[in-house]
Ligand binder design. Structure first.
Ligand code: ADP
Length: 166
């Protein structure tokens, strides 16, 4: 044991952050000293929320988690962002077997690029295993505003984005 602090990075689009993401963050804090929620800026697909909005929503959502969670933007290679922030663990959430294939490819590519970094897959509470940002957007865009998917502040922003009755 070196007593060295372990910093983990949790990358994603977080468009928007859901209770599934927060469950993974909470679990990560049990394992690592610091967890950096890294918001991907540059993605081929046009996100619903701007990077600034996504960061703000994340910061609001992690308000209770304390100073061991940080938020950053990143653009380009994840392993470079991880290095810049002294992280040597990459966290990804696995909901179902369907996530695994893509996640495995990414983990192996990241290992190729940065052999000193480990990817750690965490499994959320099963009540979140169906939950994705994409489905949340689909449901809200059709006028449904169920609770228990996203924090209230995120739900309010979705209502506004889709011009739904408040
Ligand atoms: P992507 O990079 O695919 O756009 P997201 O921003 O949706 O990913 O999510 C970032 C990470 O969080 C990914 O590892 C994804 O598998 C995981 N994740 C997303 N939703 C959930 C959930 N409901 N439960 C657990 N992990 C999740």
């Amino acid at each position: 044991m070196t007593g060295k602090k372990v910093i983990a990075i949790y990358p994603g689009s977080f468009d928007p952050v859901t209770f599934g993401h927060l469950d993974i963050l909470r679990r990560s804090l049990e394992l690592f000293d610091t967890v950096i929620a890294a918001i991907l800026v540059n993605k081929e697909k046009q996100p619903l929320f701007s990077p600034e909005e996504r960061l703000e929503m994340m910061q609001e959502a992690i308000g209770d988690f304390g100073p061991r969670v940080e938020t950053i933007y990143f653009d380009g290679l994840l392993v470079e962002a991880a290095r810049q922030h002294n992280a040597n663990v990459i966290i990804r959430g696995i909901r179902a077997v369907s996530d695994y294939e893509y996640e495995l490819q990414m983990a192996l590519m990241n290992r190729k690029l940065a052999p000193d970094m480990e990817t750690v897959f965490l499994v959320p509470d099963q009540k979140y295993s169906y939950l994705s940002s994409r489905l949340v957007k689909e449901v809200f865009s059709r006028g449904c505003t169920p609770e228990c998917l996203v924090p209230d502040a995120v739900a309010r922003r979705l209502v506004k984005k889709y011009n739904l009755p408040q």
